[in-house]
Structure formats: structure tokens, C-alpha cells
Write a protein that binds this ligand. Structure first.
Ligand SMILES: Cc1cc2nc3c(=O)[nH]c(=O)nc-3n(C[C@H](O)[C@H](O)[C@H](O)COP(=O)(O)OP(=O)(O)OC[C@H]3O[C@@H](n4cnc5c(N)ncnc54)[C@H](O)[C@@H]3O)c2cc1C
Length: 467
């Protein structure tokens, strides 16, 4: 608890949606906020930038209908009519056919080869007989959770090859939690229902700003600055001091002291910067993330296809998804060109990570051809690299996370949250909900309500990722 009532000096690490949302809400409540962001611009993985005059995102980004209504109301107030409601127009390539994505039961039956469709139908009928593995038990793997829920057909022919590409490990080595967080929580029946009946609204529509997904972070940054927050861009945090009397952050050689520290940067990085004990640092080493190379071919055509995203789960290409940003919005995109965004999961330093732009473009063009899409009139290419795109929940990761989290939670002046702060495969709306909850837990006197934060952490554990 903070000793002195009154204005609190809050230091926030990271200028993605989580850090910006928390900075805005805390500054609006009257606290003195300083935010440190390594990049010259805000937004983190949810930021946007321009390629050939077209605003693009770091891979396909949508704001899902599951967004907490209070968060959505604030975003609507900040973005106004710029936040558009769009119908999803995605497709997935399965067994050489295109199906609507999110999957729909009717499509599975009508469009898939008979053996695939019959297998999926038989698995659906037998679902009540299957039992999910006990969470944390010896059989609790990604593959086992999905087989129990979906049955072998969809698991083996869709999810497991996709998982291999996304996380770069054998799905038998992935923890069951990866399936519960990534595909859905709940029972096998709930999991099946989600695939076969995406429901009304969920999975059918999404929200998206007319100038790119990054506008969400940009408007949050504007609002935070207007509320008095000091947003320091290009400020890589180099050291963190956590003590009983106060906290301090060193960025760009400059030390800033404060009362509280809220961190949304990767948890292992925070542990290192704060000089955590060796056992914590060793555990932090076990929290692996998957990297991603994003390839943006610029095409000399107004629109490549009418679809917003093409999902490619099968092993015929390392590309997992190709999106066309202009199809996510009704905006002011140029009439003579469009830009695609291809996602290639990889590991930092591997052959994909190090590949030249020309080689990466060749991989993407091959993927488009192999998927049966038109020959793209490429006139240029841009490439971006994300070192920490997805957490990898290898079996046993829970113990490593628990060790690092216990260290962070024992620091009375520290909160960690956001996708990287909690090593969670979360969507933007989850990261924003965390930020809102953190600010709500901060009293006018500058103390964090521990019970409220503990309850919020329990809610975060139930987050399920939307694709
Ligand atoms: C390919 C892809 C597709 C996605 N699609 C969707 C989608 O469709 N819908 C959706 O809702 N979400 C999607 N997401 C997830 C979304 O990007 C994240 O949920 C969101 O960015 C999380 O926000 P955050 O603030 O927690 O973390 P981040 O956005 O990762 O922000 C963390 C910030 O910390 C900064 N930082 C790190 N280290 C330091 C340091 N030492 N000093 C200072 N700053 C530092 C980083 O530069 C970054 O800006 C997708 C993610 C990826 C990778």
C-alpha cells in the first residue's frame, strides 16, 4: 500500500494498448503518470504504420465483439464514427477447398471431401462419450484437449498442423492450457459448439477503425496526453528499481522515480531489468515466445480479393494467414494499389527470421499460388519482424510462470499485466480490460486495492483468444 495519500506518481512500462489504456484511465483519475515506450510510436503489436501509402497492421487485427462493454463504450467515445462495424469475410483452406472462417457446421458438411465431413460428423455425434484430460494432469496436452473436444478429424487435419506452424513445436509437447486459452475454455461440448455454432454476433462481425487498427492505441495516447500523462516514446527501459519506499525507472540514461510501477513489457525482461533473484531469472528463461516475420507485398491493383483474410493451417506453406488491410475498413485507401500482409511464425535467428525480403516475398507468392489464389501483380515489398508474437505454452511452463509471477506479485509497488506482462496469448480487448481493471483498483489516495486486483487476475485467467 502506498504510504502517503494524495497524487500518486505512476510509472507505466510499454505503450501498447495495455500500457496506454492504464495511463489514460489513471491520468484521468488525477494521478501523475509517466509512460515509457521503446518504439518511436505507440501501439506495440496492435499498432499500425504505412506501406506504399496504405495503413497496415502487424498481421490481421480485429476488435472482437467480446470486448467488455465499458471498454467498448470508451473506445466509441474516443474514435467516434471512425470505429466501424464490419462483417467478417475470412476463408480457410482445408483439404484443398475454401471454407468460411470462423468455421460453420453447414460449410464443413457441404464443402469438405466426404471422408473429412463424415469423420467430423461422427466425431460430433460421439462428443458426449469423450472426456477431457484433467487440467495439469499427466495427459493434459494441447492435442489431448482438442481430441476430447473436437474428435480426431478436425484436430488431426486442422488444429494440429496449424499448431505446429504457429508455435513450432510438436502439439504433444504443448500444455493443455494452450488449447483452453487459444481455442476455448470449458467442456469438450462447449468447444465443439463453438466450432459448429459460432453464435449470433460472435465470430460474424468485428469493429475496426477506418484508419487502421493502430488508431485505437493512437487515440488512447492522445487521450492520455490530454489528461496530463507524460508519454515518453523512444524510451527503452534499461533498469528498474523496486523498493519498499518507491520505484524508479532508467530509460535513455535518465532516472525517473515514482510511487508505483505498472509493467506491460515482457515479464522475463522485467525480471532481468529489476535484478530478480537467480531462481526467478532461471524460471523466466523457460517462458519462450514465438517470433513472427510479417511480409507486405504491394500490388498494382485496387483490390486483390474481396476477402479480409485467408487462413492457411496446412503444411504446404509456412505462411499461416494472409490479410488485405483495405478490406477491413471503408476508408480512404489509394485507388491504384493494395497491400497484403502475410504472417510467417518463426524463431528469432532462424532461417525465416534472417531471410532476405526477396526470399520472403517468393515464399508468399508460392503460398498464394499453392492456395489457388490469383497471380499477384507485385510491385514492391516491405518486411517487419516481431520478436515476441505469441507465448509458447510448452508442457511444464506453468511452474516457470508461477515462479516469476510469485516474485512480481510479492513486490508491493508493482503490477504486471497486458499480453507480455502476464505471458498470455490475449487479444487487444483482453489487454484493455486488464488496463481498465488496474486503473479501477487504484484508489484516489494512490493505493492499489489488493482484493480487487486479485479478483481481476482470476478473471484474466478465463480469457479465451478469438481468431
Ligand atoms: C499476428 C498477430 C495478430 C493479432 N490479431 C489480433 C486480433 O485480430 N485481435 C486482437 O484483439 N488482438 C490481436 N492480436 C493481439 C494484440 O496485438 C495484443 O493483444 C495487443 O497488442 C496486446 O497489447 P499489450 O499492450 O498487452 O502488449 P504489446 O502490444 O506487445 O505492447 C507492449 C509494448 O511494450 C514495449 N516494450 C517492450 N520492451 C520495452 C522496454 N524495455 N522499454 C520500453 N518499452 C518496451 C513494446 O515496444 C510494446 O509497444 C494479434 C497479435 C499478433 C502478433
Amino acid at each position: 500500500m502506498h504510504p502517503a495519500p494524495g497524487v500518486t506518481d505512476l510509472l507505466v512500462l510499454g505503450g501498447g494498448p495495455a500500457g496506454l489504456g492504464a495511463a489514460w484511465r489513471a491520468a484521468r483519475a488525477g494521478h501523475r503518470v509517466t509512460l515509457f515506450e521503446r518504439a518511436p510510436v505507440v501501439g506495440g503489436a496492435a499498432g499500425s504504420f504505412e506501406v506504399a501509402g496504405v495503413r497496415v497492421d502487424h498481421g490481421s487485427h480485429r476488435l472482437h465483439p467480446a470486448t467488455d462493454p465499458r471498454v467498448l463504450a470508451d473506445l466509441r467515445a474516443l474514435l467516434g464514427d471512425d470505429l466501424q462495424t464490419r462483417a467478417r469475410r475470412g476463408r480457410i483452406r482445408l483439404a484443398g477447398r475454401w471454407l468460411a472462417f470462423p468455421l460453420r457446421a453447414g460449410d464443413l458438411v457441404r464443402r469438405l471431401p466426404p471422408d473429412f465431413a463424415l469423420g467430423a460428423a461422427r466425431d460430433a455425434a460421439l462428443a458426449p462419450l469423450r472426456r477431457a484430460p484433467v487440467p495439469g494432469g499427466p495427459d493434459d496436452t494441447f492435442a489431448a484437449v482438442l481430441r476430447a473436444g473436437l474428435g480426431p478429424t478436425l484436430t488431426d487435419r486442422f488444429y494440429l498442423p496449424y499448431a505446429r506452424k504457429l508455435w513450432g513445436v510438436d502439439p504433444a509437447d504443448l500444455a493443455g492450457e494452450q488449447a483452453r486459452r487459444r481455442v476455448t475454455a470449458g467442456s469438450p461440448a462447449a468447444l465443439l459448439r463453438r466450432v459448429l455454432r459460432p453464435g449470433t454476433g460472435q465470430g460474424q462481425v468485428f469493429s475496426y477503425p477506418r484508419t487502421g487498427f493502430g488508431a485505437i492505441a493512437e487515440r488512447l495516447a492522445d487521450a492520455a496526453a490530454a489528461a496530463g500523462a507524460d508519454l515518453r516514446r523512444g524510451a527503452t527501459v534499461e533498469a528498474v528499481a523496486l523498493g519498499p519506499e518507491g520505484v524508479a525507472v532508467t530509460a535513455g540514461g535518465r532516472r525517473t522515480a515514482g510511487d508505483l510501477l505498472w509493467s506491460t513489457i515482457p515479464l522475463p525482461v522485467l525480471a532481468r531489468l529489476a535484478g530478480a533473484p537467480p531462481a526467478v531469472l532461471a524460471a523466466a528463461g523457460g517462458l519462450r515466445t514465438r517470433a513472427m516475420v510479417l511480409v507486405y507485398p504491394v500490388l498494382a491493383t485496387r483490390r486483390y480479393t474481396p476477402f479480409d483474410a485467408h487462413y492457411l493451417p496446412e503444411p504446404f506453406t509456412p505462411v499461416t494467414r494472409i490479410s488485405e488491410p483495405r478490406n477491413y475498413r471503408d476508408g480512404d485507401d489509394p485507388p491504384d494499389r493494395t497491400v497484403l500482409c502475410a504472417e510467417l511464425p518463426c524463431d528469432v535467428g532462424d532461417a525465416t527470421w534472417r531471410a532476405t525480403d526477396a526470399d520472403l516475398l517468393a515464399v508468399v507468392v508460392d503460398a498464394l499460388g499453392a492456395a489457388g489464389l490469383p497471380d499477384p501483380p507485385v510491385r514492391d515489398v516491405a518486411v517487419r519482424r516481431l520478436p515476441s508474437a505469441y507465448p509458447v505454452y510448452r508442457r511444464g511452463y506453468e511452474a516457470a510462470f508461477a515462479t516469476v509471477d510469485a516474485w512480481a506479485s510479492a513486490e508491493p509497488r508493482l503490477l504486471t499485466f497486458g499480453r507480455q506482462g502476464l505471458f498470455a496469448h490475449d487479444n487487444t480487448h483482453h489487454a484493455l480490460a486488464m488496463a481498465w481493471d488496474a486503473a479501477d483498483a487504484l484508489s484516489p489516495a494512490g493505493t492499489v486495492d489488493v482484493a480487487a486486483w486479485t479478483a481481476a487476475r482470476a478473471r484474466f485467467a478465463t480469457h479465451v483468444v478469438e481468431d
